[in-house]
Design a binder for this molecule. Sequence first.
Ligand code: 2HG
Ligand code: ZN
Length: 461
Amino acid sequence: MSDVLASLRHLLPSERVLTEPSDLEHYGRDWTRQYPPAPLAVALPESVEEVQALVRWAVEQNVALVPSGGRTGLSGGAVAMHGEVVVSMQRMHRILDFDPIDRTLTVEAGVITETLQQAAREKGLYYPVDFGSRGSSQIGGNIATNAGGIKVIRYGLTRDWLAGVKVVTGTGEVLECNRGLVKNATGYDLRHLFAGSEGTLGLIVEATMRLTDPPRAPQVMVMAVPDMDSLMQAFAMFRARLPLTAFEFFTDKALAHVLAHGGKRPFDSEAPYYVLVEYETPDEATSEAALAAFEHGAEQGWLIDGVMAQSETQAAELWHLREGITESLASRTPYKNDVSVRVSRVPAFLADMQALFAREYPDFEVVWYGHIGDGNLHISVLRPEAMAMQDFVTECGRVTGMLCEVLQRHGGSISAEHGVGLLKKPYLDTIRTPAEIELMRQMKRVFDPHGILNPGKLFDS
Ligand code: 2HG
Ligand code: ZN
């Protein structure tokens, strides 16, 4: 055993330092799957003090640490490929405090998102940040990536619910930022630096998350839409008339994949685009307003067909048409992009991208879906069977380069909610200016002067 490993084993009980090849493989990768994992070891701390000891040890030994939550990321932010020690938060999964007056839950970083949502529900409250990987992702990772998901249009991003955060910086110092305060006008709000920091500034160990009232009788509709302009008109109308909690979209290709994987066809009509609208129905008048909105949309020709869930089971089936897309494509190992533009620019951006694919890559199957109500589109490109994987990856790199140009023209971003990690690192400078990237680098040096925290992610140090 190497000296480094031997000294690591002095820090934690042996069953909490993993070195079996299967463990290194499991903890060294995230949902991107394309980066070969090769960490030195996996550490499973159980307390803030143990995390602190691990950081101090890493500085002394000059070993890089990769903070690790549920590893559901899609940009390689939690991948360990170069002999790092993965610091998994999975044993730090206690709910520490609930405060009914503040309406906050304070939790350790390893609490699963769905567990936090459930804990809020048990208190008659609601934690609104929600997405498909809720059953595996952890709150520390949600903060580190500033997770978004399917309810952003109404509730915002993870940072909007972050009332306080405790982190261990790259020097082993423990910082407690904001301590659950609503108002705190005392200079820089360091808490927000950690939201979206992708593990490069500190290890998030605890967080205080704000809660809200549960949505009142959520109702779901799925509708078929003939074109993008109609979709935008329908969006403006539904937003004006209903208390929306989600406005999602997918194409006919996306629907076909979900249907081929057991999804239920919502209605017979076919269309190039579909939207899923979720809204609260606090009273009878709102239910009637929803029907009236649908009828108006149909009269205007914005909506071709639609279905309203008649039960919770049917609502879940309708949601599955959108949330099941990623899983239905998984076996094809798609090349993914996750982009955003201002909502008003979505039709023009999509038209440009569709023209680009038609011109340059007519053989590629391109599947579009996403959170169109907040301007976030997911693009999954499927490899043509006749094309070798290596050629496909090279071509997709070219696609992303061209995508960046189109995004620049439309003032958009190359990563909306999946982060930068390794996958989008080569494109960071198409969205952020050299001055911004240099300031980020300097900030990293302040929090992590020894460069041991998730090095090589986001940008090269
Ligand atoms: C979603 O919105 C997730 O379903 C995953 O962000 C998106 O599959 C993807 O690229
Ligand atoms: Zn998404």
